[in-house]
Design a binder for this molecule. Structure first.
Ligand SMILES: [Zn+2]
Ligand SMILES: [Zn+2]
Length: 359
């Protein structure tokens, strides 16, 4: 079958690989309908890489598809449309046995350390599969994994109606945070982003105020918008902005670090954390948040669907990676069995994605 593999040194190659087979009676094989290109794929493909993938691995972990083969223990899943948690925990380490599989010491990551879903077929443990609601479009369902990761952060961020929230970075992940913060009632909702097109996307997604941190003083803008106090919760969706993030917080505020850059090193002032009783938290992968992600995607599909602005055949995956890296598309999906014909697609939305447009 055709698959896109990580070929090292910034290269993704479409090549023929053996089709997957069932490992045991709890595995299922999914015919992949669509698979999103993730920021982590782009980071693995940068030179030098800022995220490590196994050389030769089939990439892709944000997928939706139909179960076409199932082990005997998973026969009930045959023919179902599913998404899957792409992190396979070991079940044996301290954290797995303490019912914290999201902290497993021996993860296999589908699409990074073990074969993923930029391929016609992908094998996954049936226990990690979730059924896609009948009314949820597959394109939107492909956002389940990134949204579930975002929800791991937001359910721990402790924000609610009236919370003053700032989000740094309005790439696809930052925009998912914006939509969720808006739905949660954050106010004001401030988004910092240097790219003007992405600032426009953030405004459509629900930001009350957008900031260009290259020409404006971020800390001053956040203070001015919050009666001089600062943000209650700030999300660093870039992963390198902790210093700025802490300075934007009010006393008792919290930074959620979401972006991941293994090379980033930050200098911060411990005394500011002490004197202002600030909290710093990181958020890594999903944490039992797939069901909530599917529920919200199904409820709010029209808010989420405009985030998908790029659709590519498997052979065009390198174009998709470049388009996302350059910010020409917000979220790109790859279709291993062929991208939908133009007539079946959403109208093109050059410039701003129309997230949150009323109606
Ligand atoms: Zn991802
Ligand atoms: Zn484990």
């Amino acid at each position: 079958m055709k698959a896109a593999v990580f070929a090292g040194q910034g290269r993704v190659e479409v090549t023929d690989v053996p089709a997957p087979t069932l490992g045991d009676d709890r595995d299922v094989i999914v015919a992949v309908e669509a698979c999103g290109i993730c920021g982590s794929d782009i980071r693995a493909l940068s030179v030098p890489p800022v995220m490590r993938f196994r050389p030769g691995v089939v990439m892709g972990h944000e997928f939706v598809g139909e179960v076409v083969e199932a082990g005997s223990a998973m026969a009930h899943l045959r023919g179902q449309r599913v998404v899957a948690v792409p992190n396979v925990h070991c079940g044996r380490c301290h954290y797995c046995r303490a019912n914290q599989p999201h902290h497993c010491d021996h993860f296999e990551h589908i699409g990074a350390t073990t074969a993923g879903a930029f391929a016609e077929y992908c094998v996954v443990p049936g226990d990690l599969v979730h059924l896609v609601p009948a009314g949820l479009h597959s394109d939107v369902a492909a956002l389940t994994e990134p949204l579930a990761c975002v929800l791991n952060a937001t359910t721990r961020a402790g924000w609610g109606p009236g919370s003053a929230v700032a989000i740094l970075g309005a790439g696809p992940i930052g925009l998912l945070f914006v939509v969720i913060a808006k739905v949660a009632g954050a106010r004001p909702l401030i988004v910092s982003e240097p790219n003007p097109v992405r600032r426009e996307d953030a405004a459509f997604a629900g930001a009350d105020l957008t900031v260009d941190p290259t020409t404006e003083d971020l800390v001053e803008v956040v203070r001015a918008a919050t009666e001089g106090l600062g943000a209650e919760v700030l999300v660093d969706a870039v992963g390198t902005l902790l210093d700025d993030g802490l300075r934007c917080l009010r006393k008792g505020g919290k930074v959620m670090i979401f972006g991941c850059d293994e090379r980033a090193r930050i200098t911060i002032s411990p005394s500011m954390i002490v004197n202002r009783e600030l909290s710093i938290a990181g958020s890594y992968i999903t944490r039992g948040t797939f069901p909530l992600a599917l529920l919200l995607l199904n409820d709010q599909q029209e808010r989420f669907r405009p985030l998908i602005t790029g659709r590519f055949d498997l052979e065009e995956i390198a174009d998709g990676v470049n388009a996302m890296r350059d910010g020409r598309v917000v979220k790109a999906l790859v279709y291993p069995h062929g991208a939908p014909r133009a007539a079946d697609r959403e109208p093109a939305t050059p410039g701003a994605a129309l997230v949150g447009k009323e109606g």
